[in-house]
Design a protein around this ligand. Sequence first.
Ligand code: S3P
Length: 431
Amino acid sequence: MNQRFEPSGPLTGELTAPADKSISHRAAMLGAMASYPLRIENYLHAADTTSTLNAVRALGALVEVRPEEVVVRGTGLREAREPDVTIDVGNAGTPLRLLPGWLAAQEGRAFTLDGDESIRRRPVDRVIEPLRLMGATLDAREGRYPPLSVRGARLHSISYTLPVASAQVKSCVLLAALAADGASTVTEPERSRDHTERMLLSAGARVHRNGRSVTVTNTDELVLERVRVPGDPSSAAFMIAAGVLVGGSRLLIRDVGVNWTRSGFLRILMRMQGIVLGDLEDETGELIAQEPVSDLDVAAGGLEGTFVGPEEVPLAIDELPLVALLGCFAEGETVVRGAHELRLKESDRIATVVEGLRGLGADIEATDDGFAVTGAGHLRGGVLDAHGDHRLAMLGAVAGLASREGVEVRGIEAAAVSYPGFVEDLERLAR
Ligand code: S3P
């Protein structure tokens, strides 16, 4: 479906951020692995997170969707049911990479994970390697792509250094480590989102962090009774960008998760002189279980270009397309480096963002691991193809509101993967 987004007058009013996708996925999976019923408040009801509920159902969990909560009655850590069908993760990369960690520990049982056309281009060799080292048997198409098959085994503990900073791969190894034969340590090249560690801590697991390393001790059971999912900073980021870019705007965005491993975009935006007020979490030394939230007060204003380097990339990975858009309106150059991982998302986000924004009149160049934008202070507008990628679809809509001539987004329906109601929310604020 194509939709035009015309240049907008000021965005005003309040919005409650939609529920966090990453944390919803994790709550559903940890609920399935836990020994007692888990009540999840504010679960995200979107295509991706519904895929995860269906996946854990196929693995034997009982899932009840009530108006005010989702209740997951799990099978326990070592009792996932072997389904007689392929587990379909739809478009969702997080269950594709996290579930194999749990399934690798199901001794003697076999599982196959698959998904849509875009999932079939998402590499899984990054989880195959550590899980094989732990003793499980895994196979994938060309050794690298879904369908992914997993045969569970009695797992050995491991000390593993991730070749790339990926919260999904880190989480996969941590979930497998719960049922291994001792303590396991995962070291990442740069810090990435730590929702899994925080939730495992809430579930009574022994989890310790030391710099870029996380150690998990094996356990008999997870005990997790209640999770409240905060608002998603990645979804909120689109509204924040719209508020900063459309002249005269002033927005209050409520209930945004401000875990410091997710607020890289807000720090980048503030460095660009964007006006955002909120109570962001400072980098935490010791691991904590809480997921802090804050209301954010956003106002439109002039921006300056900035440099985003490799250590900041995992903390803003899903918002980097928006950094490119902000760069179009900023004074000077905005450069992102060390973000090769963007090429492996729902689309090749270096190629699709550069092609998309160029088509709207931006002065932007792709590099192997990022992009460089020369700001013009404005954007002409035109047509942007979402390439089936939810974040591209939302990027195009925000660009349209801030542009001179409007933007037609091809494939706007992709937005519903993570943010159902996105277009309605944007239109309400722009009224
Ligand atoms: C996610 C981690 C990131 C992110 C994705 C969600 C997660 O992926 O891009 O949208 O929930 O752990 P990588 O771990 O592959 O970087």
